[in-house]
Write a protein that binds this ligand. Sequence first.
Ligand SMILES: [Mg+2]
Length: 106
Amino acid sequence: MDPLTQNASLRDLQSYVAKLEAERGFDGRSAESQCLKLCEEVGELAGAVGALTGQPQDVRRRGSADVGDEAADVLLMLLAVVNRSGIDLEEALRRKEARNNTRQWR
Ligand SMILES: [Mg+2]
């Protein structure tokens, strides 16, 4: 599989994850299964942010969490989930932001 280019778009990332999953044999996993993995990764990201901001940590795991690594895992799993739903995330993001921009924020 070709590596990601430096200026890959969100669509490129989505396509990359589909290929990555096929290559690693994860493409047979269900949307529900990958959604659970996404939740796990969000928890790991929360733990990494907690460690970064001085929250008490399990001493056995202290120092092992990296916010960048966990954020990357979250993005990978998010794209794995949306790929199973036939969603173009860039299009969905633009559509949602267009609606968000009509809201009043306090
Ligand atoms: Mg992780």
